[in-house]
Design a protein around this ligand. Structure first.
Ligand SMILES: [Zn+2]
Length: 134
């Protein structure tokens, strides 16, 4: 599946962590057009590419091993598998892009199809108008 050219809301796509403890079903807002990396203090360490998903377009099919990490102003919830450690998704306080999901965990998607990889200005990102802690 070449998702790089896919436009618009995707069909349901399965997303898993590495060990399979976490499984999501997601619909991407605009295919891989929103796939990006981020240079905030957390994402620069995590390294994964994320793509945007609207609230209501993400379902946790299996989540017994899901863990949540928050930092700074705690506006976002970063979710990962507590067994294999892989990031699956995060929730943001932004309408229309409430979730970012791990492009590398999407079934049938090779992250190399996103080339070049866009970068989000996470260091200066401040969706709530509060002091950025990034
Ligand atoms: Zn896992």
């Amino acid at each position: 599946m070449k998702m790089g050219r896919l436009m618009g809301r995707s069909d349901d796509i399965k997303l898993t962590c590495h060990c399979g403890g976490v499984e999501l079903r997601v619909r991407l807002v605009d295919g891989l057009a929103t796939a990006k990396r981020c240079d905030c203090s957390f994402c620069r360490r995590r390294g994964a590419m994320s793509a945007d998903v609207k609230a209501g377009d993400l379902e946790v099919v299996r989540g017994d091993t899901l863990r949540t990490y928050q930092f700074g102003r705690k506006a976002e919830e970063h979710h990962f598998c507590g067994v294999c450690g892989v990031y699956t998704h995060h929730r943001r306080p932004v309408a229309g892009m409430e979730f970012g999901v791990n492009v590398g965990g999407l079934e049938g998607v090779n992250p190399r199809d996103v080339d070049p990889v866009p970068w989000m200005d996470g260091v200066n990102w401040n969706p709530e108008g509060t002091d950025a802690v990034s």
